[in-house]
Ligand binder design. Structure first.
Ligand code: PBG
Length: 337
């Protein structure tokens, strides 16, 4: 090897200059590795009992509780923005709640009615439903309680009933978020027995006991009346355990898997992406949303830039789909006008 050819080996500066491909927008765009698109988004919607309700959630500026009669307008807008899927949460009056959350599987319940209303307006929009009892129990826990403890096995049947009632109303996918052991299998068996063999399960597999859910709990009136969710949701300190949770959900029949929250758990998303081939969903939760909104409202950050950066990072870490309250805003920013 002569001296001069050695110098040309693309090993380091000055032969290598990474800034060459950053010179202008066209070059940067050409070599961009990750691109977010409206196709990646799932938009969460809070559906409230009652009528004529469009009530803003204080800690989630721009997000509302909607009564079923108000949904068609919202849904038409969501669909026209190109957002492919919505995730429904039920918000019910305290007077409708009981110890085991029986309103959750009421055939005329708020989520069941919302599914029918949405299917009438936009049959092609994918409807995913949150399966969990905390929005329906008087104590705000995700299952039945005995001696101050959230019961696991007794809760499984109830979750299964809730999932079947969502499928019967027309849900395209069901998404259990309760973190009971064995719930994906219990829901799969119940769906199959009821004839819904083709209804997929999106499992909230690695769901952490996170401080980032508090705006959601205000929105859904689902805060636990005593104690917390640390006996079933995951310890934020654990990543290997998340892979075990995901593996078990896959064995029980999950069709898609989820990591939640997203931004503080990018490492978990990346690990899950490496290990598993199923579609991977990340939930950019209420607390992540409100941090951006609050800082932007103060003029401390550029909302559009920071939001796009966060969502790109979540996708770069390995998520295929992102559940995000920012979806309509981002769809507007991304749409060519
Ligand atoms: C439980 C559920 C929660 C969220 C989604 N499903 C709250 C909780 O576990 O306490 C949180 C979502 C968010 O914060 O945006 N049904």
């Amino acid at each position: 090897m002569t001296d001069s050819s050695f110098r040309l080996l693309p090993s380091a500066f000055p032969t290598v200059r990474l800034r060459r491909l950053r010179q202008n927008a066209a070059l940067r765009s050409l070599v961009r590795e990750t691109e977010i698109s409206v196709q990646d988004f799932i938009y969460p919607i809070f559906v409230s009992s009652g009528r004529y309700i469009q009530q803003e959630i204080a800690a989630m500026p721009g997000q509302y509780r909607w009564s079923v009669d108000r949904l068609p307008g919202l849904i038409q807008e969501v669909a026209s923005l190109g957002i492919p899927a919505v995730l429904l949460f039920g918000v019910i009056d305290d007077s409708l709640k009981d110890e085991c959350g029986s309103a959750a599987w009421d055939e005329r319940g708020v989520v069941q009615e919302a599914i029918r209303a949405i299917k009438r307006v936009t049959p092609e929009l994918v409807i995913i439903t949150d399966v969990c009892l905390c929005e329906y129990t008087s104590h705000g826990h995700c299952g039945c309680i005995r001696d101050g403890k959230v019961l696991n096995d007794e809760t499984l049947d109830l979750l299964a009933q809730q999932a079947v009632s969502h499928a019967r109303a027309g849900a395209d996918l069901v998404a259990p978020s309760d973190m009971m052991d064995g719930r994906v299998g219990a829901i799969r068996r119940a769906l199959d027995q009821a004839g819904f063999t083709d209804t997929p399960i999106l499992a909230y597999s690695a769901k952490y006991a996170s401080g980032f859910y508090s705006p959601f709990r205000e929105a859904a009136a689902s805060a636990p009346q005593f104690g917390d969710r640390r006996s079933h949701q995951m310890d934020p300190a654990n990543a290997r355990e998340a892979l075990r949770e995901i593996e078990l959900d896959i064995r029980e029949g999950a069709d898609l898997i989820m990591v939640k929250p997203a931004l503080p758990y990018l490492d978990v998303i990346a690990k899950a992406r490496q290990r598993f081939d199923l579609p991977l969903v990340a939930y950019n939760v209420s607390g992540e949303y409100c941090l951006v909104k609050a800082a932007a409202a103060n003029g401390w950050i550029d909302e559009q830039r920071v939001t796009l950066e966060i969502l790109t990072a979540i996708k770069r870490a390995g998520a295929d789909l992102i559940i995000t309250y920012h979806a309509p805003d981002v769809a507007r920013w991304l749409s060519p006008r």
